[in-house]
Design a protein around this ligand. Structure first.
Ligand code: IPE
Ligand code: IPE
Ligand code: MG
Length: 270
């Protein structure tokens, strides 16, 4: 284990956890389901939107810490297609305004940390002024070469797969017809919204819920799952580092056998 040096900008608590990590085995892509804003607000007898507003500080801290320690890609589930369809208009509108404000306010921080912004989800269903702001922020960070921060907005994994299959068929139709269309895993991956990203190594869900809620169903096939009781507005960079510490204790097998299992097998044969 080599500790070259402590990344700049970590607070004391973060530095303490970071020193226990193996910097050579950091996840390359972390995905987070940011959940629990409503419960955070309810515990304080506040309206749900107060929880969403408080969630912005959690985003800021998590994003900056991830960038500082050199995580190549972070994807945040901010808003699902189901949220858009099933929540009261007032809450949806509030979230849209919050997003626009976030993009405007955080741009200097993103640029200072060399972060490039991307999106996944059905962008075109969002209001034109929201799309414009999103495009503006994407272009303003397009030359950054550090961490890729992907926001999932109006995102649904099943819609993503539907869109990918349609896009595959259309591409084939343009290139000589679908009669000879041969689909493989790479072809599907290349047509997903996440084509700019490797599959996540770890998915984090806050607020204790044990489900994926239609998030990255294809891409999370072998991701390590980390669920914390912490509600999203209380989540900080130190919690992210704690999740990475847990990740580094896990043993990833991808369906194969590890050394220990081999050893146990040999013992059993004797
Ligand atoms: C997550 O918090 C944010 C969004 C889904 C937009 P919730 O709003 O789902 O909070 P809970 O689950 O009701 O506590
Ligand atoms: C998942 O949270 C979506 C986001 C965090 C954006 P939800 O609160 O919408 O998920 P369910 O309804 O508990 O499954
Ligand atoms: Mg929720």
């Amino acid at each position: 284990m080599s500790h070259a040096k402590l990344p700049a900008g970590l607070d004391r608590k973060e530095a303490e956890i970071y020193l226990g990590l193996n910097p050579d085995r950091l996840p390359k892509h972390i995905a987070i389901i940011m959940d629990g804003n409503g419960r955070w607000a309810r515990r304080r007898h506040l309206p749900r939107i107060a929880g969403h507003r408080a969630g912005v500080a959690a985003v800021r801290s998590t994003v900056e810490t991830a960038a500082r320690i050199g995580i190549p890609a972070l994807t945040l589930y901010a808003f699902s297609e189901e949220n858009w369809k099933k929540r009261p208009r007032t809450e949806v509108n509030f979230l849209m305004r919050l997003l626009q404000r976030y993009l405007r306010q955080e741009l200097p921080t993103l640029n200072r940390n060399n972060i490039r912004l991307e999106y996944i989800g059905r962008e075109r269903e969002l209001a034109p002024e929201v799309q414009e702001r999103m495009q503006w922020a994407r272009e303003a960070t397009a030359d950054n070469t550090g961490m890729v921060l992907t926001l999932a907005l109006n995102y649904s994994a099943r819609s993503e797969l539907v869109d990918a299959f349609n896009s595959l068929v259309q591409a084939a139709a343009r290139n000589g017809g679908i009669k000879h269309l041969q689909v493989d895993e790479d072809a599907i991956s290349r047509h997903l919204y996440t084509r700019h990203l490797p599959d996540p190594d770890m998915v984090v869900r806050t607020s204790g819920e044990m489900r994926l809620s239609n998030f990255l169903l294809w891409q999370l096939a072998y991701a390590e799952i980390f669920v914390t009781e912490t509600l999203w507005p209380d989540f900080r960079g130190s919690h992210l580092l704690g999740a990475i510490a847990e990740y580094q204790k896990r043993e990833r097998r991808y369906g194969g056998l590890n050394d220990l299992a081999g050893e146990a097998g040999r013992v059993a044969e004797r």
